[in-house]
Design a protein around this ligand. Sequence first.
Ligand code: MCA
Ligand code: AMP
Length: 494
Amino acid sequence: MAESPFPYLHNDSERVALVEADNTYTYSEVNSRVNRFATGLLGNKDDLQEERIAFFMPASLDYVTTMHGVWRAGGIAVPLNVASAVSELDHYLSCASVTRMVANAEYQESLRDLCASLNIELMSADEVLADAAGPLPKLTPERRAMMLFTSGTTNKPKGVVSTHKTIHAQITTLIDAWEWSENDVIPLFLPLHHIHGIINILSCGLWAGATVHLFAKFDIPKISHQIVAGTYNVFMAVPTIYVKLIQYFDSIDPAEVQKICDGFKDMRLNISGSAACPVKLFNQWKGLTGQVLLERYGMTEIGMGISNPYNGERRAGAVGQALPGVDCELFDENDSLITEEAVAGEIRIKGDNVFLEYWDNATATKESFKDSWFCTGDVAVLEDGYYRIMGRSSVDIIKSGGYKLSALEIEGVLLTHDDIEEVAVIGVEDDTWGEAVTAFVAVKAGASLEYEALKEWCDGRMSSYKIPKSLILIEALPRNAMGKVTKPVLKEML
Ligand code: MCA
Ligand code: AMP
């Protein structure tokens, strides 16, 4: 048996844990595969001692096996974005000093050179599996368990490290708050290198003994088909997904739309998060499906912090109250606690749900805490007992379709283009993406640049969702007296 500090996977049973295409896997099948995988990873060691093991695969039995296998063997799981460009992967792998990488056969060829150059052993999940499960290490809750990469305001993404205690706190608060049970069936189509997919859906589902349907991507027709069949009772997504569903409804037969909406109507819960849910979208969804979206607020460093109530009023445009076990307060720019309602301040969070550290970056870790409060950089007000998010303190963070992007990271890549003299990237309000990445570019003397050519150039140099959605040519960037680009002026220009 595994000596895991927490029962991440529900007790061994014949209940279905995962559905992947036409295959179903019970909890006992998944558990025994995880134990064999952990045993294989260990080889002749008795504990991986926080070795960083990366994995590069879409939602699948192999993904779950790898994540839990690394945990049970005492390693740190480093799930990677399968849409990453090679240069981005290079950064993640080097930053985390990854030693082994598990990847599907289809990805291995494209990863081989990079892994060789970084001295990383590349293998498939099947190659790791031992014939039988052996003894596994006894782990304490304080052990580091997972590293996720997040874009901060600085230019390269940082590794956010959580311990088993962090993950336990992040899961259990949601199990209670959203009343997860083993009767739940949920589709999982979000990427599995972020909290939303990993904790809120996959880990909560598997902790509760629910069934999780795995999709490699957000495949609207396939998922709609299951919704019509009444397969799911819980649905969690980013606002862009609800927008895309509504756009899809406009493109199909109204009778079919009615069937899909009826499928949603019968669910016990629809959740929106990772980015602001516009009130218009909240109302549209309610009109179409009768579902009152439960909006919640979270961050890679804290898991979920604030949530509208499961039972009780779910307020449009608000994110609700602090979750049980999470301390949440607003602070002004002098670091003073705000005690009155309707005064905006930065959200700061304390609790077991808060991450341990940025990997190998003590300075960034120290700077992100004040008096042991984690400073989120998000600004909110408390109105009539409900938090409402007002925005972010940094213009250099963009939220596009639920992904947090660093404007500085994108600018850094664009500046390597031969024809670009200077560039500023901002997020512009957008009905589908929430914010759309927009690049203001001044070209070098005598040079010219077309959007399509720039987009093509970006392909392979950054993940596709970071590629600017539009290009605005400008003589010179507006700067303040200190020479710093004034991004608010660029926003005003639009
Ligand atoms: C895809 N594209 C995007 C995005 N996604 N462009 C901007 N922003 C995006 N987010 C572009 C592609 O580059 C491509 O462009 C075109 O759209 C179609 O790509 P495709 O992959 O087919 O799109 P999709 O499947 O419709 O993807 C949209 C999506 C996806 C499903 C909404 O972006 C997504 O899964 N977002 C969720 C991310 C997430 O889980 N975030 C949580 C992190 P072209 O055609 O030009 O090539 S935040 C978090 O975890 C915290 C803790 C929290 O609070 O939850
Ligand atoms: P990430 O660092 O990728 O986990 O993204 C976390 C960020 O997403 C937060 O700091 C917020 O800026 C944003 N976010 C998450 N949920 C919401 C929400 N419900 N409303 C507004 N912003 C949100």
